[in-house]
Design a protein around this ligand. Structure first.
Ligand SMILES: [Zn+2]
Ligand SMILES: [Zn+2]
Length: 109
């Protein structure tokens, strides 16, 4: 099964160029790099289960900030996020993390 040229619709042939595999249209000269004929289902299972490691500091920076007083250093700005507790009737618990010292605490009612 050969891919078809997206420009003129004729069959493309594979050529090697600098160690790379390149599809070339003989009619119009269109080139396409790195196209694989391997079906997506053939990708090994392990590749789908890659764990994305997020550096702690950068993850917190994407959180919204809110005015809250840090119990540790008294700073008045903190990141916050919500966590759904196991029991639905307890609702959401709000957590804070001090922008200055990194102290993390939960909201007490
Ligand atoms: Zn073509
Ligand atoms: Zn603090």
């Amino acid at each position: 099964m050969l891919p078809l040229c997206p420009k003129c619709g004729s069959m493309m042939v594979v050529q090697r160029s600098g160690g790379k595999r390149v599809w070339v249209c003989k009619r119009c000269g269109y080139m396409e790099e790195g196209r694989s004929l391997v079906k997506s289902e053939a990708i090994p299972h392990s590749q789908k289960e890659k764990v994305v490691v997020v550096e702690e500091g950068s993850a917190y920076k994407s959180l919204p900030k809110v005015a809250a007083t840090c119990p540790e250093c008294g700073y008045n700005e903190a990141y916050y996020w919500m966590v759904q507790t196991r029991r639905a009737d307890e609702g959401m618990t709000r957590f804070y993390r001090c922008v200055r010292c990194g102290k993390t605490w939960r909201e007490y009612h």
